[in-house]
Write a protein that binds this ligand. Structure first.
Ligand code: NAP
Length: 412
């Protein structure tokens, strides 16, 4: 049976206003916003002032409010709000990937203990319905990989650098258009994509990664010669959140990839997001859509609110079944690494170098490097180096050993 939802909304910015508008245009939902709590009392609002309050308790202390929708841009404040809401027995819908990735297990446990739902479809891929699909649709088909473009800002910048703009110019344009923050660190250094990957790993494989375990390397160091190299080889550079699973080992990291024309993400441009799921029986499937923006993101929030009418909650069935998974670092990557000087480039340890280029402006190596060797450098702060993973560029040590074992057995 549908139940009446009385919403306390935190935040009335890009997504909050979008939610207000889409809710007003949706007749099927038995949901109404009772209060909206925001921060700045001096800001002019476009709707009736009686909605607004500036004290979280107006929502959290109102027993009629049974749903808290958290859409603020401060993950520390959001943590306090979401925790209190769950403890007060209110369902919570949030779009805050950083908050959720940092406190996932605690918030799941709190929701369970208080017999309420905690839903966050909008936190990954904006309008793309990926979390609930991973939870429900792929519940019986064993997933082998999930990867995608989950940050629209960097995808926009990479689209422009692919067309010949410098990174700095492309970032500036993205900032002018409102796609990038004034401090773009979270996007361009891959943190935002990492938080989303943590949620994808949870719902795809049942693995709870700690954010500090997952390597995130972004695109800040990309130079024009890297974009030129990609273009000349028929590749595009895309920032991928990469997750794969082999037996009980999970690989998860965020890094730029050089992708060929037949790659699913090749034509995913500008602020669009895409997630590709590979599963044993259903093979490969692509989810494509707007990864951000007022209405697209609000549509995912709306879908969560709608699900609450029927008491929907994530069950995390994969987590329960797969308690022995580990996040492995025992693999190697085939990478392109460029450096502004030969000396800088030689600081990167390769297991096998397959191609060397020395030019007047820059230098590069292509080859296989152990992931643990690459981890010796703080890549987001290496201004003279750039790295991108090449196609088919991952080998798990266990797979290599197994293949060597098979070869030896064959030779004997
Ligand atoms: N924008 C997108 O396309 C998008 C896509 C996916 C997910 N998200 C996520 O959705 C959330 C909201 O993003 P947004 O783009 O809508 O942010 P935004 O436009 O910057 O708006 C933020 C809102 O939060 C309010 N706020 C900040 N701190 C607060 C506090 N302590 N208590 C109450 N209200 C507070 C602000 O109040 P004032 O109005 O008074 O300043 C403002 O209304 C974030 O977690 C973001 O990561 C956004």
């Amino acid at each position: 049976m549908r139940k009446q939802l009385t919403i306390g909304l935190f935040g009335f910015g890009c997504v909050g206003t979008g939610l207000y508008e889409v809710l007003n245009q949706t007749s099927l939902l038995q949901a109404r916003i009772k209060h909206i709590v925001v921060k700045d009392a001096t800001k002019k609002r476009q709707i009736d002032a009686s909605y607004f309050a500036y004290d979280a308790e107006v929502i959290l202390g109102d027993s009629e409010v049974n749903v808290v929708v958290e859409l603020i841009n401060d993950s520390d404040a959001a943590y306090v709000i979401v925790k209190r809401a769950l403890e007060s027995g209110k369902h919570v819908v949030s779009a805050n990937k950083k908050l959720i990735a940092l406190h996932l297990e605690e918030l799941i446990a709190l929701a369970k203990a208080n017999n309420v739902s905690f839903l966050y479809e909008a936190a990954v891929g904006g309008s793309i319905p990926i979390i609930r699909n991973l939870e429900e649709y792929y519940n019986n088909d064993s997933l082998s990989s999930i990867n995608g473009i989950v940050n629209g800002t960097t995808n926009y910048i990479l689209t422009k650098t692919g067309e010949g703009q410098s990174f700095d110019d492309a970032l500036k344009t993205a900032q002018e258009l409102g796609f990038a923050e004034l401090d773009p660190t979270s996007d361009v250094d891959g943190f935002d994509a990492k938080y989303k990957l943590v949620l994808l790993l949870k719902h795809a494989f049942g693995y709870t990664a700690k954010t500090e375990q997952v390597w995130n390397y972004g695109i800040r160091q990309l130079k024009t010669w890297d974009a030129t190299y990609a273009r000349e080889k028929g590749y595009k550079i895309k920032l991928l959140a990469f997750g794969t699973r082999v037996d009980d080992q999970v690989v998860g990291f965020v890094a730029p990839h050089l992708i060929p024309a037949n790659h699913f993400a090749y034509n995913v441009e500008n602020e669009f997001n895409a997630v590709v799921v590979e599963a044993l029986f259903s093979d490969r499937q692509l989810f494509l859509g707007k990864g951000a923006g007022s209405y697209p993101t609000a549509s995912a929030v709306l879908s969560d609110i709608s699900a609450l009418q029927f008491d929907y909650a994530y069950e995390y069935r994969k987590t329960n079944a797969q308690e022995n998974l580990t996040l492995t670092t025992d693999f190697r990557l085939r990478v392109y690494v460029s450096g502004t000087t030969k000396e800088q480039l030689e600081r990167v340890k390769f297991e096998e170098i397959q191609e060397i280029y020395h030019g007047s402006t820059h230098h590069f190596h292509i080859g296989w490097a152990n992931f643990s060797d690459l981890q010796q450098l703080d890549w987001n702060n290496e201004s003279d180096l750039f790295l991108a993973v090449l196609p088919e560029g991952l080998q798990l040590a266990s797979t290599v050993y197994a293949e060597e074992g098979q070869l030896e057995a064959h030779a004997n």
